[in-house]
Design a protein around this ligand. Structure first.
Ligand SMILES: Cc1cc2nc3c(=O)[nH]c(=O)nc-3n(C[C@H](O)[C@H](O)[C@H](O)COP(=O)(O)OP(=O)(O)OC[C@H]3O[C@@H](n4cnc5c(N)ncnc54)[C@H](O)[C@@H]3O)c2cc1C
Length: 431
């Protein structure tokens, strides 16, 4: 039985909670030009752009900056292509828009790398690629076909890796070959939160936490917002709460589906073991429907291994065991290794598998990254800020998509365990 801490490894490594990243709610001002709700990548990236655009920006988070997905994720970065793929997108939106949406996915990755570089954020960025393994022989052909089609349509770079050459990318015999996406990579998620928050504050944004928005009232000019025991006025409001959107923001609550994803971190290992498992320090994923993702820690001493979990509740007793079993199926070399951290968070899915940004009833929003948001949340946070600033550069390929809900969906995800179990069965049957 592992004696793990039930908290993100990243928080300990980056000292997230010890940083003074926010002011207390008692110091909230009476008014702001723009109130940003949520201090994850979306909210902080938007705040940086808005503050540099000359606006008085107040960011509030119900817990602390990076408390949500942004301080908990696997840190894997890539273009995060729309789940429908080229053919599904073309069927839904026509070829021109489909291509624009896919191209913008590539732009979001470039944007993130550039943001980290120009802002000088020290977040362990390693952009040497990601290996996607084929769990079955047939999946190898599918991976190649999909990558080839993305190469033709939007110039995605990829390298086929036949099984005979797999050991150069991964110290495992689990896969039947795969592809390397050389522009992908990984980073330290909490360190990125810290860097963004510091840059946003240095640019003039004020960040407050813990400070939960519990009510939002439209007025003749702007909004009156209830935050903790304070009522403040904001000319404009940006909702950046993603998978942590509560019923107090009911329009958005009914449009994002929070799905739990969990991660374990191994104890420190001999760096030689990590080099054997991950010779080039890549990020990893595979062809199964039930998502898994893994990568070495930035110091190259641990394996960080994550995936979707069946329970709606946060059950580390269950997912630590399940993830460890999956990890040792891929890397038998890790059986017997201890787990030091186990944690989870809720990613935000949407009914059309696309992120959404725009304006509803005068309230701006950006959310719904469907589990792949490190690049996209930073990018769309910037874009929604440009829209708030009235800049034409805020235009995106996703503009105007209907932010759908379902008449029977109230924000409760009672149906998710059944869907995820079906994905697991489909994976086992090779469907
Ligand atoms: C376990 C896990 C692994 C993941 N792995 C990856 C990965 O490897 N690669 C990848 O690209 N993506 C990954 N993701 C997804 C990615 O982390 C998210 O898409 C991204 O961080 C979303 O950022 P955000 O700022 O929109 O939302 P969040 O970071 O979730 O921020 C939302 C914030 O809103 C605050 N909030 C909510 N309600 C209120 C309120 N009423 N008042 C004030 N504040 C409020 C919350 O406290 C929270 O801090 C993962 C997510 C999880 C959970």
């Amino acid at each position: 039985m592992d004696n793990y801490k039930h908290r993100p490894f990243w928080w300990d490594e980056a000292g997230l909670e010890a940083r003074e990243l926010a002011e207390g709610a008692a110091d909230l001002p009476d008014k702001a030009d723009i109130l940003v709700v949520g201090a994850g990548y979306t909210g902080l990236s938007a705040a940086l752009t808005l503050a540099r655009g000359g606006r008085e920006v107040v960011v509030v988070d119900a817990d602390m900056p990076g408390y949500g997905c942004s301080g908990r994720n696997g840190g894997l970065i890539g273009p995060s292509f729309h789940k429908l793929g080229l053919s599904g997108l073309t069927a839904a939106y026509g070829s021109e828009r489909a291509n624009a949406i896919l191209r913008e996915s590539m732009d979001s990755l470039d944007f993130l790398k550039n943001l980290i570089k120009t802002e000088g954020i020290d977040c362990g960025l390693k952009a040497d690629g990601r290996f996607r393994g084929a769990v079955r022989p047939r999946a190898y052909d599918t991976l190649l076909r999909e990558a080839e089609s993305l190469h033709k349509s939007v110039g995605l770079r990829f390298e086929p890796v036949p099984k005979s050459e797999q050991h150069r990318q991964i110290g495992s015999d689990y896969y039947h070959g795969g592809i390397v996406l050389p522009d992908d990579g990984h980073l330290q998620p909490a360190a990125l939160v810290i860097g963004l928050c510091e840059r946003a504050r240095q640019s003039g944004a004020r960040v407050f936490a813990p400070a939960r928005v519990t009510g939002l009232q439209r007025e003749s000019h702007g909004f009156s917002v209830q935050i903790s025991d304070r009522l403040i006025h904001a000319d404009q409001v940006l909702i950046a709460t993603n998978g942590y959107t509560g019923a107090e923001l009911s329009y958005f609550h009914k449009r994002v589906i929070p799905i739990r994803s969990a991660i374990i971190a191994t104890e420190e290992l001999d760096p030689q073991i990590i080099t054997e498992l991950s010779p080039k320090g890549l990020g990893y994923g595979d062809s199964d429907r039930l998502v898994i993702y893994y990568r070495p820690s930035p110091d190259g001493k641990r394996m960080i291994f994550g995936g979707r979990v069946f329970d709606r509740a946060d059950r580390p007793d269950k997912y630590s065991t399940d993830l460890k079993r999956l990890m040792t199926r891929i890397f038998p070399q890790l059986s017997g290794v201890g787990i030091t951290h186990a944690w989870s968070g809720t990613v935000a899915y949407t009914f059309d598998h696309a992120p959404h940004l725009g304006e509803h009833d005068g309230i701006h929003y950006a959310m719904g990254y469907c589990g792949s948001g490190v690049g996209r949340a930073n990018y769309f946070g910037h874009k929604i800020a440009l829209k708030l600033l009235g800049s034409r550069d805020g235009k995106t390929a996703l503009d105007g998509l209907d932010f759908k809900t379902h008449p029977l969906y109230t924000g409760s995800t009672w149906f998710m365990p059944a869907i995820l179990r079906w994905h697991a069965i489909a994976d086992r049957m090779g469907l």
